[in-house]
Design a protein around this ligand. Structure first.
Ligand SMILES: *[C@@H]1O[C@H](CO)[C@@H](O)[C@H](O)[C@H]1NC(C)=O
Length: 463
């Protein structure tokens, strides 16, 4: 109770408020509302990491936390459980007491033990913002994803009967999304991740683009390459052809049917909203192409980026006083290896963002021979064969990609930094922005928070 942001009320005193009290979260809230009687089933026995808020509806700090907590719940949808227990409710008081709750709100992160047993419970004492909560919870998600390397490939494939899936990626880290998929299929499908530099592994499956997800259904069944959206629900549905995801506890609000549903409700997966019904997860995907083992179908995973060939177009798309962020790749010779690499990386990123239906700023290729490009580069003092910049004319800043490596990973982290509004912004020199004369300034004023918010929300569901 030393934290100034606690409602400093001992749980024992709460008996002064008799009876059940209305919870703080509405039925529609993305926050999972848990009562004492389903706490074990929903939280303790889950394979998913949870964060649980113990609160009282009358507590001002709890009310202040509500918007951030609901935002965190949305970001963590499908990845972890975001739950709340109303400690003002008579029935929940013993639970709140046994959890050592002494003030409100108290936030605890519950992390399941791999392979069963009691979960570990830690107090969350970080900042009460959505992004801090999301980051802390994501760090505690168990990782069942097997790293597949050339030297371990044979071992990974040795049990031919059991189904497996491999995500081929350029990333060295495992995303929360893939971890959550491995949790869904723990003990059913072994989920692996192979890096693009594992040449033998990549060649074995004929993978040419990253990321690519390959399912090995087991036995004699041929490998199947996933070609849907890089989102959790469709991926889970796709993998379900090789085995049912683990049953999770019944969805919230279904208290009566708990026991009977528990055994049969195979698809009520997972941390929050259930999307796939039993019927749909049993139905094979009709449109899925089944690849032969010799030549797996490799799907297109790059989206060619448009070229800006004229000065007028450059101004129109990116350099008016109303232009939003543009990423421009200025290339002197688009057939040169370095240019190819840079453009490939951007195309892959464009594809990835399009797949996840994310509103990302546009990428353009701009030949340096273009007169407008030449003068812009001169003003910005850029002389390389390949120069990538991000420009936001509306806000008057630009950023330079100054790494020597034009690989996917490196460019992606630069783009991510822009999305998260991190890193160095330089002021655009005068004279670059075209003032649109004829248009009245009826456009709504720029809301500096809008862009940052959507960028932030999108940051946690990448594969
Ligand atoms: C948890 O994972 C195990 C495999 O590790 C699985 O057998 C079990 O069904 C899972 N439980 C739930 C509730 O998903």
């Amino acid at each position: 109770m030393h934290q100034p942001t606690f409602c400093a009320v001992a749980v024992a005193l709460l008996s002064a408020f008799p009876g059940a009290s209305a919870g703080m979260y509405t039925k529609k809230s993305p926050v999972l509302q848990v009562e004492s009687k389903d706490y074990d089933q929903l939280i303790t026995k889950s394979n998913y990491t949870s964060i649980v808020e113990f609160y009282a509806p009358w507590c001002g700090h709890c009310q202040n936390l509500k918007p951030a907590y609901e935002k965190a719940a949305k970001s963590l949808d499908g990845l972890a459980k975001v739950a709340a227990v109303n400690c003002d409710d008579e029935a929940n008081k013993p639970l709140c007491g046994s959890m050592g709750v002494q003030g409100f709100p108290t936030l605890k992160i519950v992390r399941p033990k791999k392979g069963g047993g009691k979960p570990t419970v830690q107090d969350y004492q970080g900042q009460r913002t959505a992004s801090a909560i999301v980051d802390a919870v994501v760090q505690q998600i168990n990782n069942y994803v097997v790293k597949v390397e050339d030297k371990s490939l044979d071992k990974f494939l040795s049990d031919q009967e059991s189904p497996k899936a491999i995500l081929f990626t350029e990333k060295g880290t495992t995303s929360a999304l893939l971890k959550s998929i491995a949790i869904d299929f723990a003990g059913v499908i072994t989920i692996g991740q192979a890096r693009n530099k594992e040449a033998k592994t990549v060649e074995t499956f004929g993978v040419e683009e990253f990321p690519t997800l390959v399912l090995l259904p087991g036995g004699d069944a041929p490998a199947v390459v996933y070609d849907g959206e890089l989102k959790k629900d469709p991926i889970v549905k796709f993998l379900s052809q090789a085995g049912e995801p683990n049953p999770d506890v019944p969805p919230k609000g279904d208290k009566k049917g708990d026991k009977s549903k528990k055994a049969s409700d195979k698809a009520s997966s997972k941390p929050t909203k259930s999307t796939s019904s039993e019927a749909s997860s049993n139905t094979p995907e009709p449109e899925k192409e089944t690849a032969t083992q010799e030549a797996p179908v490799i799907v297109e995973t790059a989206l060619p980026i448009p070229t800006i060939n004229t000065h007028e177009k450059l101004i129109k798309e990116c350099l008016t006083e109303k232009s939003h962020t543009c990423v421009l790749a200025f290339v002197s010779d688009s057939t040169a290896e370095k240019s190819q690499r840079a453009l490939d990386s951007l195309s892959q990123l464009a594809f990835k963002h399009a797949q996840s239906k994310r509103n990302l700023f546009p990428f353009y290729e701009v030949p340096q021979s273009n007169e407008g490009a030449a003068s812009l580069l001169k003003t910005l003092d850029l002389v390389g064969d390949v120069e990538i910049v991000a420009i936001n004319a509306r806000r008057g800043w630009w950023r330079h990609y100054d790494a020597a490596d034009f690989g996917h990973e490196s460019i992606e982290s630069w783009i991510d930094a822009i999305r998260m509004s991190e890193g160095i912004k330089k002021k655009l020199p005068d004279g670059i922005i075209a003032i649109a004369v004829e248009e009245p300034t009826s456009a709504p004023a720029a809301d500096p928070t809008t862009e940052a918010k959507t960028e932030d929300e999108a940051a946690h569901d990448e594969l």
